[in-house]
Design a protein around this ligand. Structure first.
Ligand code: PLP
Length: 303
C-alpha cells in the first residue's frame, strides 16, 4: 500500500450524481478554470479512519451538506458521497489486507468550472468533486507532549454569524489561506498552533480545531453559534464525557476561563485531542491521564 488514493465523483450538468470512478492521484485532474482553484469557492471535510473504521462519517456528511447550503452549492447527495468515501477508504490496507492504524479521507466539492464549458462566461456548472484517502501523519508528539498556542484576534465579533451570514463563518469552505497563515504567525511567535479570539474577547476555535477545557467535573467548549465550525470530534468527546460522569457545556468563554481551566485541548478529526501546554508563552498544566483516555476513546471509534 502506498497511496494516496483518489476517487472522482461525476455529476450531470444540473448537478445530479452520475457515479464515481477511481482516478490517478499523480495525474492532472483539475481545470485551471475550476472555481475551487481560482476562488477557493467550494467546501471540504476530512474524515478520520481508525483501524479501517470511518469515524463520525454521518456528522461529517451532515456538516458537508450544511456548508453546501451556506454557499448555495447543490445539496450533496449523501449516498453518492458515502459510496465514494467508503470505496477510497478501502484502499488503506497493508499488503496482508489489514487496515492502517490511522488514515483519513478528504472530500472536496467545488462550484465547478467557470462558465461550464471553459468560456469564462458565468453560467450553470456541474460541481467538481473528489475523495482522497491517505495514511495519517504521526500525531503522537502533539498528543503526548502537548502544543504551545497563541491567542490571535480574528477581528470579528462573537455574533458575526447572526449579523453577517454572508461572511460564511461556520462553513467549512476551501478558503483556508487564513487557517494556514495563522500557523506561520504562531511559528513566528514560537508556538505550534493558534486559538482565535473574537474582537470582543470570546474564545472561538483553533486554525483547524475546536477548544475543549475542563473546570472540575465539567467539560466546556465555545458555543457553536459563534461563527465557528461545529466540531465532530468535540461532539464525540462530549458524548464520551457524559458516559464518564462529566457534565458538558457549550458556553461563552473568555481568556480568563482558559487561564483558569484545569486542562485544555485543541481537538480535531486528524490530531484528536492535543493538550495545550502553553498560552502566549506562559506554560500551563496538562492532564496526561485524561488526554490519553480521550485519545484512546477517539481512536477506538468504529463509527
Ligand atoms: N474548526 C475548524 C476551522 C476546522 O477546520 C476543523 C477541522 O478541520 C475543526 C474546527 C474541527 O472539526 P472536526 O473535529 O470535525 O475535525
Amino acid at each position: 500500500m502506498t497511496g494516496p488514493f483518489l476517487v472522482r465523483l461525476a455529476f450531470a450538468e444540473d448537478g445530479t450524481p452520475a457515479g464515481h470512478y477511481p482516478a490517478d492521484v499523480a495525474a492532472p485532474q483539475l481545470s485551471v478554470l475550476d472555481l475551487g482553484a481560482t476562488r477557493g469557492d467550494g467546501i471540504f471535510e476530512t474524515i478520520s479512519l481508525g483501524n479501517g473504521h470511518l469515524q463520525a462519517l454521518e456528522p461529517h456528511l451532515a456538516r458537508f451538506a450544511y456548508s453546501a447550503a451556506m454557499l448555495d452549492l447543490p445539496t450533496p447527495d449523501t449516498a453518492h458521497w458515502r459510496a465514494a468515501i467508503v470505496e477510497v477508504a478501502a484502499h488503506l490496507v497493508d499488503s496482508a489486507g489489514v487496515p492502517v492504524d490511522e488514515g483519513f479521507v478528504k472530500i472536496v466539492m467545488t462550484r465547478g468550472v467557470e462558465g461550464g464549458s471553459g468560456s469564462l462566461i458565468p453560467g450553470a456548472t456541474a460541481p467538481t468533486g473528489w475523495a482522497l484517502a491517505a495514511v495519517a501523519p504521526d500525531h503522537t508528539p502533539a498528543r503526548r507532549n502537548g502544543i504551545r498556542v497563541v491567542l490571535l484576534d480574528r477581528g470579528y465579533r462573537h455574533d458575526i454569524a447572526q449579523t453577517s451570514p454572508w461572511l460564511l463563518a461556520g462553513a467549512k469552505t476551501l478558503s483556508y489561506a487564513i487557517n494556514r497563515g495563522v500557523y506561520r504567525e504562531a511559528a513566528r511567535r514560537g508556538a505550534d498552533d493558534a486559538l482565535f479570539v473574537s474582537s470582543d474577547g470570546y474564545l472561538l476555535e483553533g486554525a483547524v480545531s475546536n477548544l475543549v477545557l475542563t473546570r472540575g467535573q465539567t467539560l466546556l467548549t465555545p458555543r457553536t453559534d459563534l461563527g465557528i465550525l461545529a466540531g465532530t470530534t468535540q461532539a464525540d468527546i462530549f458524548t464520551w464525557a457524559s458516559g464518564r460522569g462529566f457534565a458538558t457545556e457549550y458556553a461563552l468563554l473568555t481568556v480568563d476561563d482558559l487561564a483558569g481551566a484545569d486542562a485544555a485541548w485543541l481537538v480535531s478529526s486528524g490530531r484528536h485531542a492535543a493538550p495545550i501546554r502553553a498560552i502566549d508563552g506562559v506554560g500551563r498544566a496538562i492532564d496526561a491521564e485524561l488526554t490519553a483516555e480521550i485519545n484512546v476513546y477517539l481512536h477506538a471509534r468504529t463509527e
